[in-house]
Design a protein around this ligand. Sequence first.
Ligand code: FMN
Length: 277
Amino acid sequence: MTGGYKEAKLINRQLAEVCEEKKIALGVGSQRQALENSDYHSSFSIVRKAAPTIPIIGNIGASEVAQLRDTSSIQKLADMIQANAFAIHLNPLQELVQPEGSTNFRGVLNGIEKLVNKLSIPVIVKEIGAGISFNVAKKLADVGVTYIDVAGAGGTSWAGVEILRKNKSSWQEIFWDWGIPTADSLTQVSELKKEFPSLQIISSGGITNGIEIAKSVAMSADVVGSARPLLQQLINYGKKGLDQLINDWHSQLKGAMFLVGALTIDELQHTAIQKVS
Ligand SMILES: Cc1cc2nc3c(=O)[nH]c(=O)nc-3n(C[C@H](O)[C@H](O)[C@H](O)COP(=O)(O)O)c2cc1C
């Protein structure tokens, strides 16, 4: 979620320590800054030091990938944190709304394909809060992407963040809520599992409790993710508070599974929804 500036080291260390204890995967924020200089490399690498056993995910934006000449720079970013997977975020809405944003995405699919073929670890393609459509997911699956994080609308709005940052009204305000809601995006992308059975779908964007995790799994998500609610909990209540929130979500997930009669995550994913339809 973060990295590349001084204060990020402490946040990332704390997030990593809690994730290690809970055995939860952790994705760092965009590593673009680390391509420019080595000043804050430790704000990223601290994550692997603090969490030696969990899956760690690297991160870079689509506009960097669109300009990619060779993949060695991204492999270095992955090696910096001994990543188990590398995420590419698609953020056209954020780039559109940002004053300094770049809307030049030409070549991005080609760059993604190169990374899928050349990186030593799997590539995850994700949105950042506006969702992924069936058509985009199909293009990604066709070039070999096997992990898609829908990161749909309904949670953090990066258009909203950029609009607030501007502090004056602008034509972009109308895009605050733009995007495919998480549940809708999940429904669209999961259709692809018929053609690509090995596709792994990550549900995120507005996940704020264990029932939403259960719903995501019942709608065929393989992994569920959350960003702002967990970061906010850490900042407001420290590691203890974050630990408690994750415990609560775990209990809520188990409670929902009990109520639909699903003994395992696999049963929740494959049978619970058929029982009610
Ligand atoms: C503080 C913060 C920083 C983020 N930075 C990144 C980033 O650098 N790269 C990325 O792919 N997503 C980033 N995200 C987006 C999240 O991965 C996620 O897709 C989005 O916030 C929606 O999830 P949420 O509703 O749980 O916050 C960030 C989110 C937050 C809250």
